[in-house]
Write a protein that binds this ligand. Structure first.
Ligand code: TPP
Length: 521
């Protein structure tokens, strides 16, 4: 099939006529306004001109997504609150939107608890409980960027590593493409754990050219997965890496969606979407999510968009692009256009639109004030917390045991010699067998570990007992092997992966050193 472009690109009226509820449409508008106001506040904080905190200098990364709000809002509106996302270094908007939609699904008790986590008074019967919770969400997001204890990662992550597992946000990423295997592994795990959740992997066009992207997409499309891997790779193509242009400079193609054709006969259902139109993103992600839930994933969506400011606030964008180009993109502004369309069809009036804008500004102002003046710096004594896990396999209850009916053959231990000894490799196999019996969430994968039993025979015999769903081969993709294991573990699978020879671990060093090692922190 051809790789389609701009399959649905309607306006607010058309979306409403086709069944989008007015509330859903207004929420997308609201979310886009929060994101823009948040990013504009970072500009203000960086300049030291935020009135409540004279002289305050924002330190930390400033990869802003002004201009790209339609992608975050449309995407998060289209998935379920219990679905997962992974995000990039330009992820404030993803985090704001994912957290916002997660709040909408919470019970009053949960919302009140959420507010109280940062000592905001709230009770389940507060009439304005949801509003309070949204304010708390924005406060905690801002607090994370300022390195405060009340931030979503207790200030350890900052904007480039913000994560909120309660909202299904598995983490932003400072490494371009770093989360692509994580998302893939999380999606594989969602399926192996018997859920119908999906994962959306938000990554930039620059990330799409990184090796991990190829390894991940190949992993997700392996023919041995009888049900397709439920991951949507959403490439936010804002036309530039840092300064390198996608079209005409650092790639040989016009549309990145074409790459889907290289992975499976369905072209990964790839499409190019108008990322300046939140409704187009919503429509495309909704269809992609449905395909994934039906076992027909993965899906590749390329959303064309534009970042209005530089790569970060220290970047002089005039050195690599023209004002005319910027003006042409700004004419497609996702917020202004949505507002115009909503007013034209009576969903908003000039007055109600202005009220939405003001409320977003006020809430972000309050978030910055609160994070800067009321939130706390972490106690240095807690610096090592979260580095190590304190769980062991002894804590796994019998409810997780592999039922004997699922065993394809009798597990047998290796014969000991006269002094009770066995070879190291047999000890490894036995340990794997024990853990696989103890916990049916344990899976083993890597290069040639299935029928062949691994280059050193350490997994020999396991597939005969546990079957191909739990012991399987991968392509020669060390980074994807390590990265998918990280993502799978994040959502509750217990993967054990083999790297064939120690020399090859260097192929996976970003995943091991930057991702796996730091993810608990
Ligand atoms: C592996 C890696 N290489 C280089 C960088 C430095 N860097 C950070 S963001 C960026 C551009 C990424 O482009 P893209 O993926 O399109 O995302 P965008 O910044 O456009 O949102 C670069 C080169 C990095 N963080 N990681």
């Amino acid at each position: 099939p051809p790789v389609s472009r701009f399959r649905w690109n309607g306006d607010v009226k058309q979306a409403l006529d086709e069944g989008l509820s007015p509330e859903e449409a207004l929420r997308m508008f609201e979310v886009m306004l929060y994101i823009r106001a948040f990013e504009e506040m970072i500009v203000q904080l960086k300049s030291g001109r935020f009135k409540p905190m004279p002289g305050f200098k924002f330190i930390g990364a400033t990869h802003l997504s002004i201009g790209q709000e339609g992608v975050a809002a449309g995407c998060m509106a289209a998935i379920r609150p219990d679905d997962y996302i992974t995000s990039s270094h330009r992820g404030h908007g993803h985090s704001i939107a994912k957290g916002y939609y997660a709040l909408l699904s919470r019970t009053p008790e949960e919302l009140a608890t959420f507010c109280r986590e940062i000592n905001m008074q709230a009770s389940p019967d507060d009439p304005d409980l949801l509003d309070k919770a949204i304010q708390v969400h924005l406060n905690r997001t801002m607090a994370e960027l300022m390195g405060k204890e009340e931030g979503y990662c207790r200030g350890r992550g900052g904007g480039m590593h913000i994560a909120d597992f309660h909202a299904g946000h598995l983490g932003a990423n400072a490494i371009v493409g770093g989360s692509m295997a994580i998302a893939t592994g999380a999606a594989m795990a969602c399926q192996k754990l018997g859920t119908d959740k999906i994962v959306v992997c938000l990554a930039g066009d620059g990330a799409a050219n990184n090796g991990i992207c190829h390894e991940s997409m190949n992993f997700a499309t392996m023919a041995q997965f009888k049900r397709g891997c439920p991951v949507v790779y959403l490439i936010e193509n804002n036309q530039y890496g840092m300064t390198g242009q996608q079209v005409g400079e650092v790639t040989g193609i016009r549309y990145l969606s074409r790459r889907g054709a290289g992975y499976n006969p369905q072209n990964m259902h790839a499409e190019t979407v108008n990322g300046m139109n939140p409704l187009a993103v919503y429509e495309a992600v909704k269809r992609a999510a449905e395909l994934c839930r039906k076992g027909q994933g993965p899906v590749l969506l390329e959303c064309l968009t534009y970042r209005y400011l530089g790569h970060s606030l220290s970047d002089d964008r005039k050195s690599y692009r023209s004002e005319a180009e910027e003006a042409a993109w700004r004419a497609h502004d996702p917020i202004d256009n949505f507002e115009k369309q909503a007013i034209a069809c009576g969903l908003l009036t000039e007055e109600t639109a202005a009220a939405y804008r003001k409320r977003a500004q006020d809430r972000i102002y309050e978030a910055a004030r609160w994070a800067g003046l009321e939130a706390h710096d972490p106690d240095p004594a807690t610096i090592y917390e979260g580095l190590m896990t304190d769980t062991t396999s002894e804590g796994i209850g019998p409810e997780w045991a592999t039922p004997p009916t699922e065993l394809l053959a009798e597990p047998v231990k290796t014969k000991r010699d006269g002094q009770g000894r066995i070879l190291y490799r047999h000890a490894v196999t036995e340990a794997l067998m024990e853990e696989m019996l103890r916990d049916r969430r344990v899976v083993v994968y890597g290069e040639d570990v299935a029928d062949y039993g691994g280059a050193f025979g350490a997994t020999r015999g396991l597939i005969e007992i546990f079957g191909r769903n739990r012991v399987f081969n991968t392509a020669i993709s060390e980074a994807a092997i390590a990265g998918t294991a990280c993502g799978a573990a994040m959502v509750g699978l217990r993967p054990v992966v083999e790297i064939m020879y120690i020399d090859f671990i260097l192929m996976a060093m970003d995943q091991v050193g930057n991702q796996v090692a730091k993810s608990r922190y």
